[in-house]
Design a protein around this ligand. Sequence first.
Ligand code: THU
Length: 134
Amino acid sequence: MSENEKLMERAVEAREYSYSPYSGFRVGAALLCEDGLVYTGCNIENSAYGPTNCAERTAFFKAISEGKRKFKKIAIAGGKEELISCYPCGVCRQVMAEFCDLNEFEIICGTFRSGLEIYKLKELLPKAFANENE
Ligand code: THU
């Protein structure tokens, strides 16, 4: 199994923990750090809707809160019952841009059934905001 397939398998497993009683859309993510460790996450919804956290940000915030700062790639698995190709939302793309090189960081979408799709963050977030004063 390739590195991307293994990471997608971890995302599919993480999806089992999805807390999504409002949308029924279950998402899992697996984030590979540069040191080889993998942090997983799931979406966590809220009755007030706004506080909902996506699977990708759950994985990022877990890793960042444990001192990780360098990331290689993230796999995302989502869907109601059947898995469908699930792409990261705009907010998650912006969080990725805060910590990842746009030209290097990879986002693995798709499904085992339809085939995995690999994108560079730059493709999914062209013309990203950058604070010139930093
Ligand atoms: N969601 C994610 O967790 N990741 C995505 O990439 C897209 C959307 C979640 C948020 C919400 O809990 C549910 O999917 C439906 O939007």
